[in-house]
Design a protein around this ligand. Sequence first.
Ligand code: TXA
Ligand code: MG
Length: 358
Amino acid sequence: MEVNRSMQTGKAKIVRMTEDNLDMDALREAGRILRSGGLVAFPTETVYGLGGNALDPEASRKIYAAKGRPSDNPLIVHIADLEHLFPLVREFPEKARRLAERYWPGPLTMIFQKTDLVPYETTGGLDTVAVRFPDNAIAREMIRQGGGYVAAPSANTSGRPSPTLASHVEEDLGSRIDMIIDGGQVNIGLESTIVDFSEGHPVILRPGFLNQEMLENVIGEVTVDPGIMSENIHVRPKAPGMRYKHYAPKADLAIVEGQPEAVFSKIRELTEKRLSEGFRVGIICTEESRDRYTEGDIRCIGSRADDRTIAHHLYEILRDFDADGVDYIYTESFETPRMGQAIMNRLIKAAGHEVIQA
Ligand code: TXA
Ligand code: MG
């Protein structure tokens, strides 16, 4: 095996494939890289992940170094067979089993008490482990080839929006990792829903494509960690990664809330003011409100009629604004029924809690 897998060794090898046309040679090579302690970025249905062998403390250290991520922020262990869960966890509660039956493989991460098999380097020193069984054929085959246990945070530089395209990964990590598997644009565009079972009662630590109602339909009452939706920065979320200013674009992002007409005119007013001061301004609107704006760099994020389209484009738009050198971004607020909680959770953090009442 090649030994020179330290950081700064050049450029990651990029391979392309689709879920219905797997390149098995490339996946076997990815597996060899993972088993020898290297790093491979790969597509999942939520966002791209930066994978390393979850049972190898050295690989976990490399993941933190490549992302520039604080090492007390735990990684999610990805598996590709339910059988692979059992060696990782001390117990598998009945409700967790029912969620796994219904939503795995899928955009669901569950947290349990860990066994000694899982190194503390992977869990950021915690006695619990987060496990996810992704529903992306490329991811699943890569995990199997890599030995079954892949630790993977989102494949972005710490603090930047999560990657929804392989080009985002290349931009952030291209010179720091061994391989990037390009599987095209991801489906969902926001990270998995995290449910904590480690203290008995199930608690949502991070909202995602699977919302509270969809979980409760299967297992009854699920509570939401009060830290995650709060606009009050003093309420601490339980998931360490939810505490940092995160998903942040370079521009100053503010969310404008209120009645639709008031929001439109407030955004127009703020935009005019910043333009007159010589700044570049980005606006995030929807198909429904597109014609309410005339000035600034106007981006339509999706349709309120199907909020999955909004989730799908959020990180991509934030990255595009960065590339365009925008100074200020004003966005409408998206308290939509289906994915509103997940979208607003990410937006509030990206905005560093800056919410303007119209
Ligand atoms: O959709 C996803 O989950 C993506 C893809 C690649 O699978 N992964 C992802 O990983 O979003 P990451 O590392 O960017 O976010 C993991 C979150 C962090 O907020 C972390 O603090 C939390 O999960 N987390 C992980 N293990 C935990 C644990 N044992 N207890 C509490 N929070 C945990
Ligand atoms: Mg992340």
